[in-house]
Design a protein around this ligand. Structure first.
Ligand code: NAD
Ligand code: UGA
Length: 463
């Protein structure tokens, strides 16, 4: 079967970039991305491509090339489902905030709504692709909804998890390490797999396209994120030991990374990992393990989260301790709010939690991030519901200019590893700060020797 029309439900960080690349690489396929969020769709359709809702290096150029040709963004979900022969579900799967599994399990209500909508609208056979990250065996629930419409329409369900990282989404999509497609072992299942393989084969070498059964594919995605996050918690755990012993975590990371069995990537000690997925997916994994009675497996993975929470608290605690045990009414400048560089995404960013701790200590925060709006900073803090919105607004001010953010500050904390921070005139920043002037580098990106020469008291993670 040849796919000619694709619909993707969910125009977020995954749906938007993934479909833009499919449209760019497969001009023969019509790709329609739909979302309930009209504001988001309007932004994707903005005449000025620089206003698309997601910042990713290289993305706006690709959208510009394909939009209106074979890439469309729309709020008309039913129409797009009806027309398509392949439907990607790329909606959010956040941690449940209520009921059974609250704070751990994935909330699958958006997934189920999609399945029900597809069941209701479809008049012809379709391949439904799970693009969202889902608990293992979710395809079973989707199948049960789709197979009970009574209208004779046949569905094949595939799992095709996404491995892109934000900030490098375009590169990751253009040159993926692998594409994973899970499907039924039946003849129809294999045909559906082949249809999706052919879509990717337009730009991905076939030896990088891996096919498995559905359950392996679903579980591989959770496993990949768990392993990646575990590396960060492992090096962060060592960073604390380094600080006590005189070892330097950068040197340790380099030394172990040269072992080809360990490898050099993902060993950067930091203020803690953020992002919408690592924590959510590991909590989900822990919940799944517990639900099968596998307590030791659950405990093992939960430790990755416990360590990460500790790392964030340790960073804020160290700021307070170093500033003579009080930050009350002291100005502390934050360089960075996004959860990593080259994205405007702030979900679960370590900066939010560090800020929350410091506001509890009555600090005044001055925030600068090249891609995050002042409104978003406040919304992130309000979302925690630690205190009244008015108090957050009083304690936190955002700046368009990093030098102004740092002016008069007692300390500068680096929360995101934006490249531009390294290039600043640190002499100028020093001169405008309170003395002693402290720098807490939560990303180990600044030059310790140069900063100390200027006069800063400089503290990094893990040395
Ligand atoms: P997101 O919140 O940015 O986007 C999801 C979109 O789905 C939202 O715009 C929302 O309005 C829309 N939506 C929800 N229910 C809908 C419905 N019934 N009909 C139409 N639209 C609906 O989320 P995201 O970051 O793109 O993540 C989506 C999934 O992909 C998650 O499962 C996530 O774990 C996974 N994932 C994310 C990343 C990443 O880097 N963000 C990477 C790999 C996998
Ligand atoms: C991560 C995975 O890398 C992707 O493969 C996956 O598709 C995605 O999650 C997902 O499922 O959502 P992402 O969260 O976008 O991607 O970004 P990462 O580069 O993984 O960074 C996550 C966090 O870890 C960031 O806060 C980053 O600063 C931090 N990090 C990363 C470190 O502290 N040290 C490192 O060495 C690497």
């Amino acid at each position: 079967m040849k796919v000619t029309k694709i619909c993707c439900i969910g125009a977020g960080y995954v749906g938007g970039p993934t479909m833009a690349i499919i449209a760019q690489k497969c001009p023969q396929i019509q790709v329609t991305v739909v979302d309930l969020n009209a504001e988001r769709i309007a932004a994707w359709n903005d005449v000025d491509v620089n206003n698309i809702p997601i910042y990713e290096p290289g993305l706006s150029e690709i959208v510009k090339e394909a939009r209106g040709r074979n890439l469309f963004f729309s709020t008309e979900v039913d129409a797009a489902i009806d027309e398509a022969d392949m439907i990607f579900i790329s909606v959010n799967t956040p941690t449940k905030t209520y009921g059974k599994g609250k704070g751990m399990a994935a909330d699958l209500k958006y997934i189920e709504l999609c399945a029900r909508q597809i069941a209701r609208v479809s008049k012809s056979n379709k391949i439904v692709v799970e693009k969202s990250t889902l608990p293992v065996r979710t395809a079973e629930a989707i199948k049960s909804i789709l197979d009970n419409t009574g209208n004779g329409v046949k569905f094949q369900i595939l799992s095709n998890p996404e491995f892109l990282a934000e900030g490098t989404a375009v590169q990751d999509l253009l040159q993926p390490d692998r594409i994973l497609i899970g499907g039924d072992t039946t003849e129809e299942g294999q045909k559906a797999i082949q249809a999706l393989v052919e879509v990717y084969a337009n730009w991905v070498p076939e030896d990088k396209i891996l096919t498995t059964n559905v359950w392996s594919s679903e579980l591989s995605k959770l496993t990949a994120n768990a392993f990646l996050a575990q590396r960060i918690s492992s090096i962060n755990a060592m960073s604390e030991l380094c600080e006590k012993t005189g070892a330097d975590v950068n040197e340790v990371a380099r030394a172990i990374g040269m072992d080809s069995r360990i490898g050099p990537k993902f060993l950067k000690a930091s203020v803690g990992f953020g992002g919408s997925c690592f924590q959510k997916d590991i909590l989900n994994l822990v919940y799944i393990a517990k639900s099968y009675g596998l307590q030791e497996v659950a405990d093992y993975w939960e430790q990755v989260i416990i360590m990460n929470d500790h790392q964030k608290r340790r960073f804020s605690g160290n700021i307070v301790k170093t500033l003579y045990n009080t930050v009350s009414d002291k100005k502390i400048a934050f360089l960075g709010w996004a959860f990593k560089k080259d994205t405007n995404d702030t979900r679960e960013s370590a900066a939010i939690y560090v800020a929350d701790d410091l506001i509890n200590e009555n600090a005044s925060l001055a925030i600068y991030d090249p891609k995050v709006s002042p409104k978003k900073v406040l919304a992130d803090l309000d979302y925690l519901e630690t205190r009244a919105t008015s108090v957050n607004a009083e304690r936190v001010q955002s700046f368009q200019n990093p030098y102004q953010a740092c002016e008069g500050a007692h300390a500068v904390a680096v929360l995101t590893e934006w490249d531009e921070f390294v290039t600043y005139d640190w002499q100028k920043i020093y001169e405008a700060m309170q003395k002693p002037a402290f720098v807490f580098d939560g990303r180990n990106i600044l030059d310790k020797t140069a900063l100390e020469k200027i006069g800063f008291v400089y503290q990094a993670i893990g040395s």
